[in-house]
Design a protein around this ligand. Sequence first.
Ligand SMILES: Nc1nc2c(ncn2[C@@H]2O[C@H](COP(=O)(O)OP(=O)(O)OP(=O)(O)O)[C@@H](O)[C@H]2O)c(=O)[nH]1
Ligand SMILES: [Mg+2]
Ligand SMILES: [Zn+2]
Ligand SMILES: [Zn+2]
Length: 334
Amino acid sequence: MVMGVFITKVFIKKFFTYIGMGVLYFLTSILVIVRNIIKGIHLTVVHSILFMVKVAERIYSLGETNYGICEVCFTRYQSPIYVCPYCKVGYHALAPTVKGFFSIRCSCGHKLPVTTWGRRKFKTLCTECGNEVKYTKVPIVTIPIMGGANAGKTTFINNHMKSDAKRVGNLTTFIERFQGRVTKFMLFDTLGSDFSDSHSLKKYQYYSYNNGFIFIIDPFVTARLLIVSTQPPNYMLSDILDTLILYLQKNQGLKPGETVNKPIAFVITKTDLLAESEGTIENNEERFLRENGEELFLNKLKRTFSNYKFFCEGKDPKTQKQQVVSWITSESVH
Ligand SMILES: Nc1nc2c(ncn2[C@@H]2O[C@H](COP(=O)(O)OP(=O)(O)OP(=O)(O)O)[C@@H](O)[C@H]2O)c(=O)[nH]1
Ligand SMILES: [Mg+2]
Ligand SMILES: [Zn+2]
Ligand SMILES: [Zn+2]
């Protein structure tokens, strides 16, 4: 009898202990679920706000260029370094995050706006050389001018420069309307001596991100006129082309036999110095090159470039330059 009561008591105690534990587990699970739901809602709200801020940023900068080019070292950057106006600390990335939708607090204690519209007022630096870079909203067109020594590259740029063009070192910049859009043009003058080997071109970063090429041809370098030239050059036309092709193969993964789609304009200069017997070169550039022994050069350029066009220094050099630059631009923007 006593034994029976004892067993019943133990049973009841265990029973309630299990019930208690069950209730405890149940309540804990509910709490965990509630906590996770709240956390989930919080995360969803935070990410939704962040998403909306990013959408607002996109709308704000719709149609604007989302990269810049340093005019000192020519690095093309996605985002510059933003400088805190109070303590001069540089930020490699200043963008809305979950830690701050609209601003963050700098280590100096000041609030710094992080949105596209807020951070624009800061001084910005190039990520590579640290020089100050200015924000450019408008599309940028970059064109290196290439060709052998003395071919007339610098003259081509200088002679036809508009009054508002700015030249610093080998870079000429100007703003012009193109197909209804204000566009920034950057023309890079390359030294002829840099075409002696493809390695020399490597230091010019714009050979990798350019919109197209302008290849200046000195008619006195063509195989036949070379013989009658008073100051014979120390290179041949195909040497320059070979250097460019080698550079593209080594640095941009161009495979042998593969064609380059970037537009390339071949411009024959110094036509005023050619004898009358050469006939009109304008619109006959290809024939002129063939008749002057550059069949090999022509074959090579046609094999390598799918989008090329010939020009020559006509009666109106200003129009000429504009035509060349316009052609490259129109071919590279669509
Ligand atoms: N008559 C005539 N002379 C030209 C023409 N273009 C260039 N020259 C002359 O050719 C020489 C070389 O011209 P540059 O423009 O300095 O040649 P470059 O290609 O810049 O030469 P590097 O910078 O040394 O590679 C200069 O004396 C120019 O005046 C042209 O269309 N007609
Ligand atoms: Mg020059
Ligand atoms: Zn730079
Ligand atoms: Zn600061």
